[in-house]
Ligand binder design. Sequence first.
Ligand code: ADP
Ligand code: MG
Length: 689
Amino acid sequence: MPPRSSSLRALLAERFGFRDFRANQEAVCRAAVEGLDVLLVMPTGAGKSLCYQLPALARGGTALVISPLIALMDDQAAKLSALGLRVARIHSGLGREAAREACRAYLEGSLEFLFIAPERLRVPGFPEMLAKRKPGLVAIDEAHCISQWGHDFRPDYRMLGAHLASLRPSPVIALTATATTQVQQDIVAQLGLGFGGREPAVFIHGFRRDNLAIEVVEVPKPRRAAFAAELLAPPEARPAIVYAPTRREAEMLATELGRGFKAAPYHAGLDPDHRDRVQRAFLAGELELVVATIAFGMGIDKADVRTVLHTALPATLEGYYQEIGRAGRDGLPSRTILMHSFADRKQHDFFFERDYPPVERLDAIFRVLGDEPVHWEELPELLKRKQRLTLEREECDKALEKLVTHGGAQLDYTGFVTRGSARWRAPYLAQSQHRGGQMQQVIRFAESPECRMAQLVRHFGDTGDGCAACGICDACAPLAALTQTSRPLEEGERRLAHAVVAALGGTPYGGGSKSTGKLHGELCARNGVSRDRFEDLLAALASAGFVRLDEASFEKDSRTIPYRKVSLTHEGATFSDRDADTVVMRELNTSAGAAATTSRSPKGRAQAGAAPLSAAAAALEDKLRAWRKTAAQKLGQPAFCVFGDQTLRLIAQEQPAREEDLLLIRGLGPAKVSKFGEEILRVCSGSGG
Ligand code: ADP
Ligand code: MG
C-alpha cells in the first residue's frame, strides 16, 4: 500500500526538516515509492537527491546509491549522517577495513544508505554480496555517465545494467542534470529501466529559466571586443562572465576589457593557485568580469551574475545551456548574449576536419598495419609507399590517434604500432557524425527565428513544459533586445519579399520549398543583394510567420552537406502589402552600450557625459518609465519587453505628437505603435500616464 502524500510530507518535515516539496519533487517521490523505475532529469541545484532519499526512507530497507565521484559521495553521505541517518560508503579513498565493515552493516540490514563507486561492481564477489540482501531501492546519480554521447562518459557505468538484474525487484532511480533526449534514451535502454512490464516514470523538468533574456547576434569577429565593452558598460550589466573560445582569446580579451573594468582571465593554462584566486576574487565581488574558457564555471555558485556573454559559437548546446545558466541564480532579470558570425562556422568546420579526419585515412593506416610492429614515426612514409597517400606528420598522428581510440590499432609504450580489431570503423563514424550533429544544433539554434528558451527547453526534452515562447528573448521581443535595433522593411526589401513569395509558388508547405542559396541566385543576380542580407530578410519573414526555414542535408563524397530550405506557411500564401508592414528587420545596434550607459541609470548617464536631457524631457522620461511599468505589469512581462531604455529616452527627447512621429523612433516598429502608440502619445501630451 503506497503511503499517501500526507505521510510523505510528514517524512519530509521529520527527517529532512523541509517545510514543503520543491516543484516536481512530490510526484517523483510518489512514483519511486510505488516501486516504479524512474528517470529524473532536472538542472543542478533543483533538488534531485531528495527524490531518491525520501522514497528510500518511505520504502524501508537499504538504499544502494551509485555515484561516480568520491567528492559527491562524501558530500551526500555527510549530509545524510548529519540528519541522523545511518550511512556507509565504499570507495577507493577508504581502507579495506571500512569496506568490510560497510558490507557487514549492509548484510545485517542496519544501514539506510550505502554509497558505492561503480568500479566496485568489478570486484569479484561484491555484486553477489549485494544480491544476498536486496536493497530497498537503487539510485544511480549522474546517470548520463552511462552514455558515450554524454559529456562525461565512464566505462564503469556500462556494466551497471548487467548488475541491476540481480538486485531486482528494487526500483531503480536514475538521476542526471544534463541529458539530451538522446542521452535520456540511452540511459533508459542501457539500465533496462522499466521492470516487470511496467514502463519507467520519466520526469524531465525545470529547464526553463524565466529571468534570462537570451540574445543571439551576428557581430563580425574584429568588432566583438569593443561590442562586449559597450554591452558591459552599464553598471547593472555586471558582474559578468565572458566566455571566449580559446585561452589566447581569453587572455587578449581580458587585457582589453581590463582597461575599463576589473577583469581577469581564467583558463586551464593558468596554474591552479592562480585560478583559485581569480575565482575567489570574483565570488567576493573584487572582480567585475571573468573572461574565461569553458574551464570556468564548474561549481561556481555566484548568485548575482547579471550577464553571460559568449564571444563565439559554443561547441554544444548542452555546454551553452550550462554556461548561460550561471546568470541570474538569484532570480533577478539577467541577460545572456551570444555573438557569432559566418566566420565561426568556418572555424568550427576547420576544427572538426582536423579532429575527425576522413575515415579513408584511418582505413589506409589500418591496411598498412599488421602483427609486425611498426614505429609510429615511419607511418607517413609507409602510407606513401604502400597506399599512395601523402599525409602531413600531424594529419597522420591524428588519424592514428583516432584509430587507437577505437581499437583499430595498438600503440605500445615504446612507440610501436600493431593492427587492432577491425570493428573500429562503425564507432568512429558514429562519433564523428555525432560531433558534426552537435555543431549543426548550435548553428540551428543561433539562426532560428524561434524563441530561444523554447528551443533550449525542447532540446532537453522537458516534457512538462509547454515550450511556450518566453516573451523576453531577442526572438520574442526584438524591440527590447540590447544588441540589435529593428526597423520596418525598406522599399527594395519589400519588393524582394513579394518576389520570394511568388518564387515559392504561392502555395503553403507543399512542393514550393527551395534551397535558400538557389533562391538567392534566382532573385538577387541583378539587384546586388548579398547572400547575408537575403538570409536576414528570410529570417525576418520567418519571424513574422510568412515562411518557414528548415535545415536539410544531402550526401556527397561520403560527407553530409547541410543546407537550408525555405517554404511558404499558410499565412505566407496570402502575403500582402499590409503583411509586409509587420515584418521587422534586425540590425546590429552599434551604440548598444553607449545608449544603455546614457539611459539606464542616472549614475551611468553622468559618467558617460552624454548630452543632458532638458528638464521637460527628463520629466517626460520619468513619466514614460512609470507608464511602461504599468503596461508591462498588465502584460505580466518585464518592463524592457514593452521597449528598451534607449527607446524610452529617444521618445522623451523627440516628444512625438503623432503616430507617424513614433514610427521614426528607433525601437518602435508598426506592431509596437499599433499596440501602445495611443497610450504613449497620451503620456507625451501630458494628458495621462
Ligand atoms: P541536485 O542534485 O539536483 O543538483 P541537490 O539534491 O544537491 O540538487 O539539492 C540542492 C539543494 O537543495 C540542497 O542543499 C538540498 O538540501 C536543497 N533542497 C532539496 N529539496 C529541498 C526542499 N524541498 N526544500 C528545501 N531545500 C531543498
Ligand atoms: Mg546531485
